[in-house]
Design a protein around this ligand. Sequence first.
Ligand code: ZN
Length: 369
Amino acid sequence: MNSILDTGIKKSKNVDSYIFGSGSLNELKDSIENRRKDLNDFAIFFVDEYFSGSKILKKMPITDKDKLIFVDTKDEPTTDYINNLRDEIVNSQKDIKSAIAIVGMGGGITMDVAKAISNLLTNIGNAEDYQGWDLVVNKGIFKIGIPTISGTGSEATRTCVMTNKENGLKLGMNSDKTVFDEVILDPSLSKTVPRDQYFFTGMDAYIHCIEALDGSYRNAVGDTYSKMSIELCKEVFFDSDMMSDENREKLMIASYLGGCAIATTYVGLVHPFSAGLSVVLGTHHCISNCIVLNKLSEFYPDQHKEFEEMLKIQNIKLPEGICSDLSDDDYESLYNATIIHEKPLFNALGENYKEILTKQKVTEIFKSI
Ligand code: ZN
């Protein structure tokens, strides 16, 4: 009998090429211009709205023919949002076949939107049809990822996460076809990130890797990526100046390596609980992970201790009591949105994970959050 962990990850795909170093954003021009062959050819740029009106935009090779979309990152993407965006793009262009490249510049949300749209422009149907493992049939439009904040690893992973509000499923299009064709890792872009956000997002890389190393689905390649990523995160977050030029560069590499790690294995307990918070209360992925890890010392004692030290050194305060006083219906929804993630839970606790994570246990944990 096949274990459920046998599904999906038999081989792994990395990004085809990446450009690294401070100022490497300047290389985007060549990457795009080399692909323009015809007068009607155009590129689609998804840029985090944070950069609207910023000087960085002027450095980007965006012409009148191109489509520039600022991505609202207040809420994490839903399948409806992705479908509507796809329709808007298709309806605004004479010939969608003239799209030569898609650029996603921003955090995990913006990069995930770029990946999802790239897939949907070459595959029939809607975003929800591709939530799952290896469902994308055709290769998407050539896509370039440019992270401006480090941690989610979206620049390296084979997924783009979105929530289907109809069934409460927070799940990405896990596919080799979701992996970026090119990634530009320019640490100068994360200079202006607010401190708290820098910490929460950076911890996503750390959490991906501690969950992976603690799981039962392991492989030597994933383990190596995870260990290196954790080392770099510790160097950054145990340092008094976590946002120095050197540390921003280290965290950008940690994020990339963490993404590579997670592409070959699974997360564990933190991400399912975190997904519950995001689906039911709308809290963002990275801060949700930190809130959850803070309450899972029972399952991750050593990592929890390390995390507490990092919080202290960086003087970061986590929100408390966000789930302490919810209705029974809300706790039911939180349980359902957590327990649905069978692969990571199986990875963390084995096939009988529901015996450990009973409804009562899960509700208790959420009540402490
Ligand atoms: Zn994550």
